[in-house]
Write a protein that binds this ligand. Structure first.
Ligand code: FMN
Length: 164
């Protein structure tokens, strides 16, 4: 069984994850941060600093058992070239040992090799194997329009089907 796990603050990565789940017929599970972080300019500074300094944040207990997952599709937004605090907490809580992970990275500016390396290193440092990575460009912190995301997704879905 494969599974999609995602974190989203502004809704774009959530939309990407849900559309992937539907197209690939895979269950999806959110990483839910506890607290009232807002998707605004203040969080760009605060969240960006927290990401840069590898902070973790409180998240709700995970609603799945990673032991039964063959391939995990992990969808996350890039913050300050790396993972948001909630995803850092996910890495601590999930049992990634031996887990094959396919990354779907969402960012304002799109594909970025150093950000991809930063995220893959964290997966691997927690015992997982980042086997591939796909990128979605959102352009803005506001929730992207489906018609902007869908063509990018169509390409990803076609390539991802060959991996699953
Ligand atoms: C704190 C913070 C830091 C960000 N840092 C970057 C960055 O380094 N590079 C980039 O391209 N986009 C960056 N972004 C933009 C997000 O990756 C982009 O808005 C993404 O679509 C957010 O996904 P979401 O709506 O699922 O939360 C940042 C956004 C936030 C809130």
């Amino acid at each position: 069984m494969n599974a999609i796990v995602y974190y989203s603050l502004g809704g774009t990565t959530g939309m990407v994850a849900e559309k992937l789940a539907q197209s690939l017929s895979v269950n999806s599970y959110p990483i839910e941060e506890i607290g009232n972080r807002k998707n605004n300019a203040i969080n760009i500074a605060v969240g960006g600093y927290q990401a840069t300094t590898e902070k973790k944040s409180a998240i709700k207990p995970l609603q799945f058992d990673s032991a039964g997952i063959e391939k995990m599709i992990l969808c996350l937004p890039i913050w300050a070239n790396t993972t948001p605090p909630a995803v850092n907490s996910f890495f601590e809580q999930a049992k990634l040992s031996g887990q094959k992970v396919i990354l779907v990275l969402v960012s304002g500016s799109g594909k970025n090799a150093s950000a991809q390396e930063n995220v893959a290193k964290k997966v691997n440092a927690h015992g997982g194997y980042a086997i591939d990575a796909f990128w979605i460009q959102s352009k803005s912190i506001k929730k992207a329009k489906p018609e902007f995301i869908q063509p990018q997704l169509d390409d990803i879905i076609a390539r991802m089907k060959k991996l699953l």
